[in-house]
Design a protein around this ligand. Sequence first.
Ligand code: 5GP
Ligand code: ZN
Length: 116
Amino acid sequence: MDCLFCKIINGEIPSSKVYEDDKVIAFNDINPVAPYHILVVPKKHYDSIADISEKEMEIVAHIHNIINKIAIDKGFSDAGFRIINNCGSDGGQEVKHLHYHVLAGKKLPNYEANQK
Ligand code: 5GP
Ligand code: ZN
């Protein structure tokens, strides 16, 4: 499959890796919008969160657990962070492989205000 994040997962395209286990990889976004901008991605290809069945949902809990670990490891857990999942065309998803953005390291702008 011609998928950018599958290529990053299999090493075809290099990335700046933050974390890896058998189910998940995390790497720095190539175009960061905050001092920390980490993408957390399941190794199994799902097009988006809408592509995950109820019985596969435990991968989402695993991703959130890993985000907590990364936040502690990088030292931004106490100051706070933002998790973003863009889903589908209206949600602004550009890479069609499920991923969570983790933004941290500065006071982020009010999210709702940006959407007006
Ligand atoms: P989306 O808009 O799909 O939620 O987010 C896709 C993200 O992937 C964007 O923030 C973009 O900067 C990032 N991205 C696109 N291509 C690459 C790449 O080749 N390497 C890395 N590390 N990030 C990428
Ligand atoms: Zn993929």
